[in-house]
Design a binder for this molecule. Structure first.
Ligand SMILES: [Zn+2]
Length: 327
């Protein structure tokens, strides 16, 4: 997905706690509102995206899913716009961009940003079977899981309004970065996160009023551990602390251990550096794999079989706790 720089010190210090099932207790000490996050509903939103087929830009599946996402978010009371543009793919060709932006309570000046990417990878360059590496992946976790959680959050915010406004941004064209299985292809660092680069340099990004942001990426796999991503710590330490406190308050420390992860070049990097919105990345960290991502990462194993409602719930309740605590 993206370039990773893991310092040996950080890698050595990672001690993610073992995953265990937690109760689905719904009432938390603070805020005073009851937090509801329906994991079955979020799971359904993940499955519906996957059912379109791989959401690769320029494909029919991508176009059909774009219509589904805009209509779904509109139905949940958000004011939805699609930012269209063009970017450059790893091979220098032009790639279209459709960033989906959903404004919840747009009249509120006090706002935060929730984001993820909705496209899926055009290749399976990490797959163990070389024959299958040229075909696109389902992207159930890498793409659809973050979107599924944010749609369910939008649904809940319509049922129980927060004190602040929320902008949900579904970035396009995140995952078409330079494939590793092709010969004679020069690596391009800027071939990832093309949609968020475009948004963050546009007036929508530069004028974004959000006080801070939370990016979700690969937030659906069974037993996922979310360790503190290091660009998040560098640019938005107080938001990292806020999110980990929320995870503890909602009884999800097993998914959010008190541990450091890697430096991941993900959409939040450009939200921080171009749009100047302090933004953290909630992203699975697996210290047992060479990539630091789950073993399914950029393979055909990234399908619905890896998606676990418990993980979706842990992320959804944590983020909703943050949202309802803001004034
Ligand atoms: Zn990816």
């Amino acid at each position: 997905m993206r370039n990773i720089l893991i310092s040996s010190l950080l890698a050595a210090s990672v001690l993610c706690a073992c995953h265990s099932n937690v109760s689905s207790e719904k009432t938390f000490d603070a805020p005073t509102v009851q937090i509801n996050f329906d994991a079955d509903s979020a799971y359904k939103y993940v499955a519906e995206q996957v059912a379109f087929g791989p959401r690769v830009p320029k494909s029919q599946s991508h176009a059909a899913c774009l219509a589904y996402l805009t209509s779904t978010l509109t139905r949940m009371g958000a004011t939805v716009e699609v930012q269209t543009g063009e970017g450059e793919a790893y091979d220098g060709t032009t790639v279209p961009i459709n960033n989906i932006i959903a404004h919840i309570l747009p009249q509120k000046a006090n706002r935060i940003l929730l984001c993820t990417h909705w496209d899926s990878r055009p290749f399976a360059d990490q797959d163990s079977d070389p024959v299958k590496r040229n075909s696109p992946i389902d992207g159930a976790c890498d793409g659809a899981s973050g979107v599924g959680v944010l749609i369910e959050i939008a649904r809940q915010l319509q049922l129980q309004a927060p004190n602040i406004g929320v902008d949900i941004v579904l970035f396009d064209t995140e995952d078409g970065g330079t494939p590793s299985h092709l010969n004679n292809v020069e690596y391009r660092h800027d071939s990832w996160c093309v949609g968020s680069q475009y948004w963050s340099l546009s007036s929508l990004g530069r004028d974004c009023q959000a006080r801070f942001g939370i990016l979700l990426d690969m937030v659906g796999a069974t037993g996922a551990q979310f360790c503190r991503e290091q660009y998040s710590v560098m640019y938005a330490k107080n938001v990292v602390d806020k999110v980990w406190r929320a995870a503890a308050a909602t009884d999800h420390k097993s998914n959010f251990p008190d541990s450091d992860g890697a430096y991941i070049t993900d959409d939040h990097y450009y939200v921080n550096t171009n749009a100047n919105v302090p933004c953290v990345d909630i992203i699975q960290y697996d210290g047992s794999t060479g990539s630091s991502f789950g073993s399914f990462w950029h393979t055909h194993n990234d399908n619905m079989s890896v998606i676990d409602r418990q993980t979706l719930r842990a992320v959804g309740e944590t983020v909703l706790y943050v949202v309802y605590n803001e004034r």
